[in-house]
Unconditional design. Structure first.
Lengths: 392, 337
């Protein structure tokens, strides 16, 4: 795949200037996004802090309702106009995005930061040709001529691996397959050569062989263009081999943030460990009993007062139920986690041993791996039922 | 791939379900036909779980629906405990139906939002006049308890008061109400979060043991399928390409498509990252005009001119392992997992 920098039709350099590789490209500090609903304030994102260097790849992992998508949209400022409060700051290349007007933001979106969404069919305009949608942003942001923009659009389609790109420029989205459509949305995101791409579940709607193609493509482009990438996903497998850092989210907060190798080698937060253990592994023999996480995520209107994972945690102690742990560094190399009794540490394993000895009833039902088959499932899921009724 | 032939079939007297030369085609206008399932043969022994895997459009769901006679097969035979189902209609088909039940991908939309959970689970019993009202209530309570819900609170509630995982538990309870012998699960965990997915997979294993079920488990996730299955069949564009016991299939995948599928799975472990990708280029062709010969040949790295003209038949590649390929791979998978 050729880098566009070797070609003639690439866009002119963008206004903010080349990023300083020694400074963070993106600094998110205390970001909180709350939605006002009939039931009360939903704390969808609640105090998220992290930074990203130019060219760095960050995986944001979490289950439904963990706040990962709202985090991505809060960074871009893509939130509904009413009944939302966003606090905290998002600094991009030194500029505070939260202080910018919509007009100023319009110069950043698409040009400096681009976003790729889960469903390529709904993120493309069905009544416009692919070529028009790709060239729109370079015509608007960079003032490129129609002819130059078309040449550049064709190069972009070629770059994302679409065969016969010149012909495809005149197709409508419905004429393309799901994988091809997602390639088009990637081409659109790349058009202005942004410094940061935020991809929200970019492959969840795709088949596994196509998913591999798209993830490889994103990784190649990210490396060759030196873009930073935030990859939001529910699948730890998707981010494992493809990111520099991983942030695990639970109930609106980052619970663990570490360089990818460190996270997998030494996961500290009980939620991260439980999440990984609940995934069926190809290496395991068939009919291997899966470990489950009892219960379900907390109601974000009234989250538990202490650690938000405490009601489901196998290592939970009294302190966890009343006091919220901070995201603190531990173990060097930028590994941070939000836990009083981290997995793999002396105090953490002592807590686990205490719970397994039967001191804490909630945690006792959590370990299903070694339990007899018949009684276990009903115990665990009855627990999830008892805290699971949705209020009305 | 275009795998035809009945080589994988075993003793017809033992098999609970025997599917032979199953073909399902849908008219697509202008004289064209969608070749959804083309000449597929397999069987399932009592108490076995057969996993059907493949990507979108491979015909795995249509196969499940054709067994249930929801989508009528255009050809072939489906025998349940020796009785032919294809071609039965009306009351005869109705009498067979309680023995086969199905659960679906989206647990919330497969439950009637206006009815109470107790009534949803009791409905099959009412339709078939099983027991009196008291016996039916007792059965519903037993089923809800078995799937891990508290009958006292659950029976009076409606589906929207439950999470997706809990709705899938309710669907399972309803499917088991008539004590079926065959349970067809069509992507039962794809819409669920991983932690909930694990709960439902464990539950299905429990239910299988408790009620002596035979299952067909349809999914696109190979790791999930491996976890629950006794045999795994891989489908591509309406054809079977490989069928084997799961540990054998994942250790020694013989079909290039199976290998491509396995190598495309994202592994949640960064240390296995530098793996050899046996990926496939391109995407699945249109089922309106499937390729001649082997249907996988347009994307296959091992394709030759023979694949274009001659359809490979299912042949033995090991103990209980069958593959439909002219050029099967003999060495084991490149990386464990």
């Amino acid at each position: 795949m050729n880098s566009p920098s070797t070609r003639s039709s690439r866009p002119a350099p963008v206004s903010l200037g080349p990023p300083d590789p020694t400074l963070p490209l993106l600094e998110v500090d205390g970001l909180a996004t709350h939605f006002l609903t009939e039931r009360g304030m939903v704390k969808a994102v609640d105090g998220v802090t992290f930074s990203l260097r130019p060219g760095q790849t960050l995986g944001v992992v979490g289950e439904s309702g963990s706040g990962k998508t709202i985090l991505a949209r809060s960074i871009m400022g893509l939130l509904p106009p009413r009944n939302v409060t966003r606090t905290g700051t998002v600094r991009f290349a030194g500029h505070d995005l939260t202080a910018m007007s919509e007009r100023e933001l319009a110069h950043v979106r698409g040009r400096e930061i681009a976003m790729i969404f889960q469903d390529p069919m709904t993120s493309l305009n069905p009544v416009l040709r692919v070529g028009r949608q790709i060239t729109e942003s370079v015509r608007h942001h960079l003032g490129m001529s129609a002819k130059a923009a078309r040449a550049w659009g064709t190069e972009l389609l070629d770059m994302v691996g679409i065969p016969a790109p010149g012909l495809r420029m005149d197709d409508y989205p419905h004429e393309l397959s799901g994988g091809m459509r997602q390639r088009v949305t990637i081409a659109i995101a790349l058009a202005c050569e942004p410094k940061l791409i935020i991809a929200d579940e970019p492959t969840t709607a795709l088949d596994v062989t196509v998913q591999a193609q798209i993830l490889d493509l994103l990784q190649e482009l990210q490396a060759s263009q030196g873009m930073a990438l935030i990859l939001v996903t529910h699948d730890l497998g998707v981010v494992a081999g493809r990111t520099d850092d991983i942030a695990v989210m639970y109930a609106g907060k980052i619970v663990e943030h570490a360089p990818t190798p460190a996270l997998f080698a030494q996961m500290r937060h009980p939620y991260t460990e439980a999440l990984l253990r609940s995934i069926p592994k190809l290496d395991d023999a068939s009919h291997t009993r899966l470990e489950t996480i009892p219960g379900r995520p907390p109601d974000l209107v009234a989250p538990p007062p202490g650690c938000r994972f405490a009601p489901r945690c196998m290592l939970v102690q009294d302190r966890c139920r009343t006091e919220l742990p901070e995201l603190t560094a531990g173990g060097g190399s930028g590994h941070r986690y939000r836990c009083f009794y981290p997995v793999g540490t002396e105090i953490g394993e002592a807590a686990r041993a205490r719970n397994e000895a039967g001191a804490t009833p909630a945690a006792a039902s959590a370990s299903t791996a070694s339990a007899p088959r018949s009684s276990m499932a009903s115990r665990v899921s009855t627990a999830s039922e008892s805290d699971g009724s949705r209020g009305h | 791939m275009a795998g035809s032939g009945t080589a994988p079939l075993r003793d017809p007297d033992v098999a609970l379900l025997r599917v032979e030369h199953l073909t399902v085609e849908f008219p697509a206008g202008r004289g064209r036909r969608v070749h959804a399932v083309s000449d597929v043969s397999f069987d399932v022994y009592p108490g076995e779980t057969l996993g059907l895997v493949g990507e979108s459009g491979c015909g795995k769901s249509t196969t499940g629906r054709a067994i249930m006679q929801i989508s009528r097969p255009t050809g072939g035979s489906v025998k349940l405990a020796g009785r032919e189902i294809v071609g039965t209609t009306g009351e005869a088909l109705r009498q067979i139906r309680p023995e086969m039940q199905m659960i679906f991908q989206d647990p919330i939309s497969s439950l009637n939002p206006r009815r109470r959970v107790g009534d949803i689970v009791a409905q099959p019993l009412e339709i078939w006049h099983r027991g009196d009202a008291e016996a039916r209530t007792a059965k519903v309570r037993e089923l809800l308890g078995a799937v891990g819900l508290d009958p006292d609170t659950a029976m009076g509630r409606r589906p929207h008061q439950f999470s997706g995982g809990q709705c899938q538990r309710i669907s399972i309870a309803r499917a088991l109400a008539l004590e079926p012998t065959l349970l067809i699960c069509d992507e039962p965990v794809s819409a669920l979060d991983v932690s909930v997915q694990a709960q439902i997979l464990n539950l299905l294993e429990d239910m299988k043991a408790r009620y002596g079920l035979t299952m067909i488990f349809i999914a696109h996730d190979l790791a999930v399928v491996k976890n629950v299955s006794d045999r795994v069949a891989v489908m591509y564009l309406g054809k079977l390409c490989e069928i084997a016991p799961p540990d054998e299939l994942y250790r020694n995948p013989a079909h290039p498509y199976t290998r491509a599928l396995l190598s495309a799975i994202p592994i949640p472990d960064p240390t296995v990252r530098p793996r050899r990708r046996e990926g496939v280029a391109g995407e699945i062709p249109s089922p309106l005009a499937p390729p001649s010969g082997c249907r996988f040949r347009t994307r296959c790295p091992r394709t030759t001119s023979r694949c274009e003209t001659e359809e490979p038949a299912m042949t033995a590649a090991g103990d209980g392992h069958f593959v439909a390929c002219h050029h099967p791979v003999v060495e084991p998978a490149p990386v464990a997992g």
